[in-house]
Structure formats: C-alpha cells, structure tokens
Ligand binder design. Structure first.
Ligand code: HEM
Length: 494
C-alpha cells in the first residue's frame, strides 16, 4: 500500500518537475537538469556575467536556462539583441516592481521601466517628448547640469588633493540635476531630501548586488510572506518605498499650485496631460496619478546610479592614464580657453574627448545584462521556439567586449574610435543604452550629463593616483556594475 502511495507521489512530483523545469522542443540549448525552485541557479557562480560568458562558449550565442522557476533566454550577439529589441512579441517586461503588481485598471504595472502595452507606450512617448523638449520652464537642462558640475568641483576642491574614494560622490550632483529637471525645484548642495535619496540609492545599489535580490525577484510570494512576518527585511524594497514617498511630496504640491498657463516642469506637463479628455488610457483617473508617481520614481531609479557609476569608472580609467588626461585638457583648452564647461554643441569639435567617453562607456559596461524583456506570446525567433512568459535577457556586455568588433577588447583605447583624419567615429556596437523599442529613455540626458561632468572635472583637476602604483581595474566580485574600492586625488591646476 505504502509503495503504491509512494509511486503515485513520485510520479506526480516527476510530472510537475517535467512540466515546469524542462524546455520545450525547439527551445535554445543550455545547461541540463534544472532543479525544482532554484532551476540552474546551482550552475551559476557568484558572478553572473562570467557564468553567462562561459555558457555562451559552450552553448552558442543564444542559450536558454531556468533562473529559479523562470524560463530565460540569453542573447549574446549583436544581431539577435538588435532583432529582439524591435520584435513586437518581446516588448513586455517581467513583473518586478515591488508593491505595484497589477495596480493599474488593466491589471498591469505603472510607470515606464516595468509597464507593458498601451500604458507603457503612452507613458514612454510622453516622457521622451517632455525630456527632449526640456528647456521649457525657467532653467534649461544645460544650465541645471552646469550648476551641479560647479557645485561638485567646489566639493572636490575642498579636499585639497587628498586621496579620496569617489563611490557615491557623484550621486548627489546627479540626483540634484534630476530633481530640478523633474520637479522644477532648485536644491542646495546639502538638501536633506536629496541626501536621503542619494543614501537610499547607494543602499539600493549595494543591496542589488546581493543574491537575495534574485531570490526576491524570482520568488515574490516567499519574499512577501517573509517580510510580512518581519523575518526578512529587503533593503532595496525599503529604499524604493521611501523614495516613492519623497517623490510623492512635490507631486502633491504641484497639484495644489497647478496653473495650466504656466507649465513649470515634467510634473506639470504630466498633470496637464491627465486633465486632457483624449490623452490616452494611461493618463486617466487613478491610472494617470499612479503613472506620474512611478514614472518620476523610474527617472530617479534609472537615472542616478547609472550616470554616477559611469563617472566612477571614468575617474579610475583616467587616474591610470595621465597621457589621456593631457590630450583631453589640450582639446578642452582649444575649445573653451580652459576656464569653463563646454556647451553640448561644442562636443562635436572635441573628437578625442568624445572617443574617451565612448570607450569609458564600453569598458565600464554598467548594465551588462540590460533590463529583461518578456515574451508576450508563443513565438519563433531565429529558428527557436520561445514560449509565452519566457524572460529575454539582452546580454549587451558580451557585445561591448566582443573581439569580433573590438580588437583587444580588454584594453582601454579611445583611439580605436578616431579615424585617419582625426574624426570621432562611434561604433554601432557600443550599446550601453540597449537597442530597440525599449532602449534607454534617458539616453540624451545621460549623454549630456556624462559629457558635462567629465569635461568639468577635467577642466578643474588632474586626477592622480595616491601613489605610483596602477589602480586595479577589475570588476568587484560582489557586483557586476562597479569596480573594486579605490582612491584618487583631485589636484587643482596651479
Ligand atoms: C550612463 C547612463 C545610463 C545607462 C548606461 C542606461 C542604460 C539603460 C539600459 C541598458 C536600459 C534597458 C534598455 C532595454 O530594455 O533595451 C535602460 C532603460 C531605461 N533607462 Fe537608462 N541608462 C542610463 C541613464 C538613464 C537616465 C539618465 C535615465 C532618466 C533620467 C534613464 C531612464 C531609463 C528608463 C526610464 C528606462 C526604461 C525604458 C523602457 O522600458 O521603455 N536611464 N537604460
């Protein structure tokens, strides 16, 4: 009797496993034997970037695996990343946003980063246009950023060339600029709410390196039960919820003081849109309010650590290469006389500086696995069968480091983007902002910020190493987007 019962239990368990943890016919190759709940987690090392690189060597440019219970396809070559980026069946995102799952009237998630369908396309179009149009209101985008660059340089100057860590140093300036652009409000260098957002962003970034984050994303139910019972406290979730509260305040203030004849900033533009009767479903009623709240939060979430971490890598690369600093300073002097931040339109006359920023973005590779997409229906792609609900990972880091496109890809070499006439020629394979219809929405802003902060710092300082030894440029073993801790000295021009 017992043996029959046992056989039934084993049979049912096997059927469940077979149904949920084996790949369908035609699915891309990948590691074998996915275990219940953890999938192929046991085959991944602590560094997912390296593990994917090894899998690519073994299974090819497109491979499949289970991350926890989620079926995942990882794309590693330029062509498949580009094609998938424009594929209409791969436009959705998996549901990752804490506390926001199914909160919209159509059951979707609000905002831009994690939203889907019409809600996403309307909010994205609006945000792109409004950020592009920026310059409306009293302060133009460039002025806002220049002010932050100058404030940052004063802070760095006050360190008198002493060795200092730059982790977190750029965050305040970047968040300040974002705050002014979205809320229209100027902020002082030590504004407590910005300090708090910066601190939370740092915590968020540090905790996003934790393996617990993966557990929370893969098993939201377990995560939610544990945190409700007070047994588990996810720093990143707390940080997001507090940032949500901070972003809510200016929205309420804007609603109270809204004047349709005087649109001051991003938030006002959104409120105006919410009040237009034919503005689209994502701007109507409660959906409209929720979308404004989460889009604002998205801009802070996606726009702060990305820019400041790229600048952190920039300081590391440049401290190790005084010759490159000399060339940039020479170019700067020719364009500006060496005593102001160049305008964005002047960058076209600064080919070596452009090439250096391009190379910094390639090697910094700060979003190596991009942001995952999700197949919205069963589909065929490049000869493979991809079932509905499969997560699609555009592994852009593999393209940025591909020897097919970049000779000696590990080497920092801006000159690879300079042609024989001294002109800057960007590579189509430098894709730090992703590709396709969900490509980074803040790319234009990010490019201006990187250019201004980078040239502003170069104009004021020489970046030196505390001693003669070269700084280590390896990636931190704890996080795929940051270098190991290091210190540099910001030495002012004599
Ligand atoms: C160096 C800086 C940055 C890098 C490397 C970066 C990179 C990325 C990448 C790889 C994606 C995913 C694209 C895809 O799914 O194909 C993304 C999406 C996004 N980024 Fe950025 N980003 C940066 C700065 C910014 C800034 C400054 C903002 C806004 C202020 C921003 C807002 C967004 C948003 C809203 C999305 C989601 C777009 C969508 O789902 O439609 N990013 N970014």
């Amino acid at each position: 009797m017992f043996s029959i019962f046992l056989s039934i239990v084993i049979g049912l368990a096997f059927t469940w496993w077979y149904k949920n943890y084996t790949q369908p016919k035609g699915f891309p190759n990948g590691p074998t034997l996915a275990l219940p709940f953890i999938g192929h987690g046991y085959k991944l090392g602590s560094n997912i970037v390296e593990s994917y690189h090894k899998f690519r060597g073994k299974y090819g440019d497109i491979f499949g695996l289970f991350l926890g219970p989620s079926r995942v396809v990882v794309l590693n070559d330029f062509d498949s990343i580009q094609e998938s980026g424009f594929h209409d069946d791969f436009l959705d995102r998996p549901s990752f946003l804490p506390g926001m799952k199914g909160t919209l009237s159509d059951g979707g998630e609000p905002g831009v980063i994690f939203s889907k369908g019409k809600q996403w396309s309307e909010q994205r179009r609006f945000a792109l246009r409004t950020l592009r149009d920026f310059g409306f209101g009293k302060q133009k985008m460039e002025e806002v950023i220049d002010e932050q660059v100058n404030q940052l340089c004063s802070v760095l100057e006050s360190k008198h060339g002493q060795p200092m860590s730059v982790f977190g140093v750029f965050n305040t300036s970047v968040v300040n600029a974002l705050w002014t652009i979205t809320t229209g409000q100027g902020v002082s260098a030590n504004d407590p709410k910005i300090q708090r957002i910066t601190q939370l962003m740092n915590e968020f970034d540090e905790s996003s390196a934790s393996p617990w984050i993966l557990v929370a994303l893969l098993f939201p139910t377990i995560e939610s039960i544990l945190s409700k019972m007070g047994l588990w406290h996810l720093q990143f979730k707390t940080a997001m919820l507090e940032i949500r509260k901070i972003c809510k305040r200016p929205i309420l203030e804007h609603e109270e003081t809204f004047d349709p004849n005087n649109l001051r900033d991003f938030i006002d533009a959104h409120i105006q849109k919410q009040r237009e009767p034919d503005s689209g479903i994502s701007f109507q009623g409660n959906d409209g309010k929720l979308n404004l709240q989460i889009v604002t939060e998205d801009l802070f979430g996606a726009g702060s650590v990305t820019v400041s971490m790229t600048l952190t890598w920039a300081m590391l690369f440049l401290a190790n290469r005084p010759d490159i600093q000399t060339k940039i300073k020479k170019e700067l002097k020719e364009i500006t006389g060496g005593n102001r931040i160049p305008t964005n339109s002047e960058r076209q006359n600064m080919p070596f500086t452009e090439a250096t920023i391009h190379e910094i973005q390639r090697l910094a590779n700060i979003v190596p696995n991009s942001v995952p997409r999700e197949a919205s229906k069963d589909t065929h792609f490049k000869g493979y069968f991809i079932p509905k609900g499969t997560q699609i990972v555009p592994n852009i880091g593999e393209v940025l480091m591909d020897p097919k496109y970049f000779s000696n890809p590990q080497k920092f070499n801006p000159s690879r983007f300079i042609d024989e006439n001294g002109r800057f020629v960007p590579s189509p394979y430098v894709i730090p902002f992703g590709l396709g219809k969900r490509r980074c929405l803040g790319e234009t802003l990010a490019r201006v910020e990187l250019f201004k902060f980078f040239t502003g710092i170069m104009d004021h300082f020489t970046i030196e190493r505390p001693n003669k030894e070269l700084l280590n440029e390896d990636r931190s073993p704890f996080s795929s987007n940051r270098p190991n801790p290091f210190k540099v000295c910001f030495v002012t021009r004599s």
